[in-house]
Ligand binder design. Sequence first.
Ligand SMILES: Nc1ncnc2c1ncn2[C@@H]1O[C@H](COP(=O)(O)OP(=O)(O)O)[C@@H](O)[C@H]1O
Ligand SMILES: [Mg+2]
Length: 143
Amino acid sequence: MKPFNKVEFSFPSNSVNEGFARAAVSAFLSQLDPTVADLTDLKTAVSEAVTNAIVHGYRDKIGFVYISVKLFENGKAVVRVRDKGCGIPNIEEAMEPLFTTGGEERAGLGFAVMQSFCDCVRVTSAVGRGTAVTLTKYFEARE
Ligand SMILES: Nc1ncnc2c1ncn2[C@@H]1O[C@H](COP(=O)(O)OP(=O)(O)O)[C@@H](O)[C@H]1O
Ligand SMILES: [Mg+2]
């Protein structure tokens, strides 16, 4: 199925841009006339993925974060958050609740949050090349 609408944008991994990314995705999704709950869920998941790209992907440097949002006729929204940072050596381990390489400041729950708020979370990564997180959510049809 082809998306009926899509948007792509990128920004440097300054932490101030996390709020922009979340708001931009949210503004684009509003054309699906989402419930507040559904919209909040996906915004929260996007926020976690973007924060990971900024904090972990580009640990002590600045690089670009790439976002695409695709909307489908059946109410499906697919958000892809990609970085060209350090990559994840073991994706399965990284996605386990409470696993973190971020030390005391991080709870290790970002992927768990993404999974609980989305219908599907897919992660691909290559060490030294970067990471892509694809978040899929089906929005309730509204009359
Ligand atoms: N974009 C990324 N690039 C590199 N490593 C990542 C990325 N996203 C997640 N990770 C790794 O996965 C771990 C778990 O992520 P997460 O569940 O969000 O917990 P937290 O961010 O609190 O550490 C991170 O600590 C990090 O090691
Ligand atoms: Mg995180």
